[in-house]
Ligand binder design. Structure first.
Ligand SMILES: [Zn+2]
Length: 109
């Protein structure tokens, strides 16, 4: 069972209160992108055993999107943060590195 805390409204709840929107921080490709870049944007996703950064929506609460960092094997949640960011907060990355030595941002696979 996942216990998540919405960073928008502060409510804490089980994963049934939320909806997962897949991998976080995906680069959106525009109409000028080449085929390989657009294919990567549309279909390529990481599926790590370990630390994963995901988009979540508080569907039974405030309705807002946010990001969560969790371990896909143990279900440990390292933290949640606002969706309007291009990378996780440095403080959260330090928390993850303390618990999972060797973790590097953008080397999730
Ligand atoms: Zn909320």
């Amino acid at each position: 069972m996942l216990l998540l805390e919405c960073p928008c409204c502060g409510q804490r709840g089980e994963e049934t209160e939320f909806h997962c929107g897949g991998e976080a921080h995906i680069t959106r490709e525009g109409p000028g992108a080449d085929d390989a870049a657009f294919e990567n944007y549309m279909f390529e996703r990481v599926n790590p055993k370990g630390v994963h950064l995901e988009r979540w929506r508080h569907v039974h609460g405030c309705g807002k999107w946010f990001h969560a960092a969790r371990d896909s094997a143990t279900l440990e949640v390292f933290g949640t943060y606002a969706a309007a960011t291009h990378r996780p907060p440095e403080e959260l990355l330090e928390t993850i590195r303390a618990k999972r030595p060797g973790f590097k941002w953008r080397e999730l696979a």
